[in-house]
Write a protein that binds this ligand. Structure first.
Ligand SMILES: [Zn+2]
Length: 288
């Protein structure tokens, strides 16, 4: 917290973010925390984004933000150059030149309570939340963990749930896909912000009726369903994590009275979607 007269510095905000999302809660492969920025620079406006990409950097500059809080790390893998003729180098040069700090809270925000999947679950009105995969190690306890399991306010079919998810989550080009019997009754749902293939077994063991995440693929989905696993819903990665930005924004405003902007810029890479009109059943029969 800071006194009312002076705006917080980058260091003040970073310290508060680090307390809410301790860096040692992150997976060992992850790279979280302050990426760049002058620690003494005053912060008046923050932009929250899922991805730090040229478009969201444009937005940060247009909004005159002093700090970007991003979910995905800009530099997850080691680099040997940040030359300005490289994609990430250009981003880094622009941010440093314009004095905009960049901070990332990734798997440490996934595992937090409240964390990324809580915000996702809240969009679907899920209640009685518990972690899908309880945290171990530094983040253990406190209801922390990856993914959340909760109850829908009322039972609905998988088909209805698919439409409900499309209405409640930010719209993306790919929309929402579901796998399983469309008439299946759903009450208990697991959700996981971001890629969720690795928790298919956890969703099955949790005994949920449906599991929602991003980036699902053909073989894991087919095998999961063949093994009697719950129905699946596949949503754009960005759409599963975008709800968390609102949570961060509310918290930052409360903590520092900062002006916080949540980016509505859809950084989902998919820009097209088409589906052929199905043949009439009798035409299918004559063709076969
Ligand atoms: Zn993600």
């Amino acid at each position: 917290m800071t006194d009312d007269s002076a705006p917080p510095t980058v260091l003040d905000v970073v310290n508060a973010l680090d307390r809410r999302y301790p860096r040692d809660w992150a997976e060992s492969w992850d790279r979280v925390g302050l990426v760049l920025g002058d620690l003494d620079h005053e912060v008046r406006r923050v932009l929250c984004v899922v991805d730090c990409v040229p478009e969201t950097v444009d937005q940060a500059l247009a909004e005159r933000a002093d700090l970007i809080v991003a979910h995905h790390p800009l530099l997850l893998k080691p680099v040997s150059s940040i030359a300005p003729d490289t994609y990430k180098g250009r981003i880094i040069h622009r941010l440093i030149r314009e004095d905009v700090a960049l901070y990332a809270a990734h798997t440490n925000a996934d595992v937090a309570n409240p964390g990324v999947s809580d915000a996702l679950a809240a969009r679907l009105d899920l209640t009685d939340l518990r972690p899908l995969v309880p945290a171990t190690g530094a983040a253990e306890g406190g209801g922390r963990g990856l993914g959340r399991v909760g109850e829908l306010p009322e039972e609905m079919t998988l088909s209805e749930l698919t439409g409900f998810v499309a209405e409640r989550l930010p719209m993306t080009m790919g929309g929402v896909r579901s796998a399983g019997d469309p008439e299946l009754a759903i009450r208990t749902v697991a959700v996981c912000g971001g890629a969720g293939d690795s928790f298919l077994g956890d969703a099955r063991r949790a005994g949920v009726d449906a599991y929602l995440c991003a980036d699902l693929r053909h073989h894991p989905v087919s095998e999961h369903l063949a093994n009697g696993g719950p129905a699946l819903l596949d949503v754009a990665h960005w759409a599963t994590e975008r709800p968390w930005l609102d949570d961060v924004a509310v918290w930052l405003r409360g903590e520092f009275g900062l002006d916080v902007v949540v980016s509505e810029l859809d950084t989902d890479p998919w820009t097209g979607h088409a589906r052929a009109v199905p043949d009439l059943p009798q035409q299918k029969e004559t063709q076969s």
